[in-house]
Design a protein around this ligand. Structure first.
Ligand code: SF4
Length: 555
């Protein structure tokens, strides 16, 4: 019997960097990243609980030398800003309609929740579900709790949440502080589950656990598959799980011709929708970065096959995805005709959009595999793309299925992306990376970075509804939206003339946005004694030769 990659016996998840070899800093071309990632070699490793950070095909293995992974991450000496796994769990498990998330943390760890509350309500409205608020309580820990322990406070919060909200399940998330003081979530949740007689699920997602927030997706999905899904499933052959976020329900019309009903997981799902995940005929995801863990866990532990294809965006991606879905659910005989008729249906509009968008240059800055899909979409619309920033890179996904290699699929079907950067939403790098390419527009998620693009006169398309570009119709929707975005270019040029960029001339003159990773000693250099910030700025502005290189860095 094949060894399982996902271990549901334990309550915590291995980090992405351990499981998949995830990196957060890198710069090169897309084809170089495909080569360095060695997706196939990593995908072949079938080991639960062990990392694929060093794939078996890396240098030095034959000669007995120490193995060196070809995917060399640039070690940045600091992060200007980031999210954490704990916040991701809040916007996943806190977005269930009839369950409660208890955050076992000081209240500061809940600071993002007003924003997540807004996203939850918008998502519910998009799906036509009743609007409600975020389902999150906090243990609101204080200094005394850090010293004397906080388990009693957690027990009381779980009891209060149960009494006030009568949820069908309660999830409890770990934070940095409760991990540091060694709170025993396993014991307390097991004890409370026996007392209140509903699932009480520990979720290990403290911020310092992983260098990338996407480990929070995995931690949420681990808890659901381990403790919520039906352990004695009754197969529903027309049900397909779609692991997704808050997007509009474009999957239902897309899958109707195949006779499939959609079960969205896990944002905005109910307890019963999550429970039936083990009964579905298949699992797919709008994005493998998000769905890889859950799809693999359901496949290995409940025999629910996952769709072995890239994501359903752009012509080639949608064609391949539909073929894989049809094959998995036994409808392979009708799919080619359907694909041909869909191509014919959108051809006139697509030709018109391509004509209008020809010669336009785009830039994509989103989560990892979603960016691969977005580049395919805009290239299909005739837009040129020679630059992209992804917020992390997974060299392989959990199942290691060959056809899920989304970056490989992008390069193979649409060609090279010359400037392909992995940078974890770092504003100080963002400006230089955009100036290197100078696009006409950007597509962005985590759109706090969009104002920086605006200062450069570049209009943004904030992709809030992640399903918007889905499938054949999504291609047309995106093209039409881009025409609207391009119409704002003149406004961007005016804005640029009046906007300041908050970085020094020295930093803005750097061609390499990873110079601090290659030369961290720069950070230790001191400005010359007696020189103030004010006179440095003046000297720097008039180009005085008296100012030293080191001082310019502080100007
Ligand atoms: S990084 Fe740690 S302290 Fe900060 S919000 Fe996340 S869990 Fe809380």
């Amino acid at each position: 019997m094949a060894k399982k990659r996902i271990n549901l016996k334990i309550s915590s998840v291995d980090n992405r960097e351990m499981r998949l070899g995830t990196i957060t800093s890198w710069d090169g071309s897309a084809s170089e990243l495909v080569e360095a990632s060695r997706y196939e070699a990593r995908g072949r490793k079938k080991t639960a609980g062990k990392g694929r950070g060093d794939c078996s095909g890396c240098q030095g293995s034959d000669s007995g030398e120490r193995k060196v992974c070809r995917l060399q991450e640039l070690k940045m000496p600091f992060n200007q800003q980031t999210m954490c796994s704990h916040a991701i769990v809040a916007c996943q498990l806190g977005n269930l309609t009839d369950c409660i998330l208890v955050e076992h943390s000081p209240i500061g760890c809940s600071a993002s929740n007003p924003r997540f509350n807004q996203g939850f309500k918008i998502g519910l409205a998009r799906r036509g579900k009743p609007i409600q608020s975020l389902q999150v309580c906090s243990t609101n820990l204080k200094e005394n709790d850090m010293v004397f322990g906080a388990s009693d406070r957690l027990r009381q919060t779980i009891r209060d949440a149960h009494e006030r909200f009568t949820p069908k399940a309660i999830f409890v998330s770990m934070s940095c502080s409760t991990a540091i003081i060694g709170e025993d979530l396993d014991s307390v949740t097991a004890e409370m589950e026996a007392e209140i007689k509903i699932p009480v699920v520990p979720v290990y997602c403290e911020g310092f656990r992983s260098k990338h927030w996407s480990t929070g997706f995995d931690a949420s999905q681990h808890g659901v598959v381990r403790q919520i899904v039906n352990k004695k499933p009754k197969k529903q052959n027309d049900l397909i799980n779609i692991v997704n976020l808050w997007g509009t329900d474009y999957f239902t019309p897309m899958l109707k011709p195949l006779g499939l009903r959609v079960n969205y997981l896990i944002d905005m799902a109910s307890f019963d929708e999550m429970r039936q995940a083990s009964e579905a005929a298949a699992t797919a995801a709008f994005c493998h970065t998000l769905g890889s863990y859950m799809a693999t866990a359901l496949e290995e532990h409940y025999g629910v096959p996952q769709i072995d294809a890239p994501q359903p965006f752009g012509l080639a991606g949608t064609d391949d995805w539909l073929r894989a879905v049809a094959k998995t659910v036994g409808k392979g005989d009708m799919i080619e005709e359907h694909i041909e008729s869909e191509h014919r249906r959108i051809a006139p509009k697509l030709a018109e959009l391509r004509k209008k968008l020809s010669g336009v240059k785009g830039f994509v800055s989103t989560g990892s595999s979603y960016a691969h899909a977005m580049i395919s979409v805009i290239r299909d619309l005739g837009v040129t793309v020679d630059g992209s920033i992804v917020f992390h890179h997974d060299p392989v996904y959990d199942a290691g299925h060959e056809n899920q290699d989304t970056l490989g699929h992008l390069v193979k079907h649409t060609g090279e992306v010359k400037n392909f950067t992995v940078s974890q939403t770092q504003p100080f790098q963002f400006i230089g990376l955009l100036r290197r390419v100078n696009p006409d527009f950007i597509i962005i998620r985590h759109n706090g970075l969009a104002p920086l693009a605006a200062r450069l006169g570049i209009p943004s398309f904030p992709m809030g509804d992640e399903h918007f570009p889905l499938g054949y119709d999504g291609l047309i929707r995106t093209g039409e939206a881009l025409l609207g975005i391009m119409a704002k270019k003149k406004f961007g040029e005016v804005l640029k003339r009046h906007a300041e960029i908050p970085y020094t001339d020295w930093w803005l003159s750097q061609e390499d946005q990873f110079i601090l990773a290659r030369h961290p000693e720069i950070l230790d250099e001191e400005p010359d004694a007696g020189v103030t910030t004010e006179n440095l700025v003046e000297l720097g502005a008039d180009g005085s030769s008296k100012i030293s290189e080191a001082n310019l860095r502080y100007a």
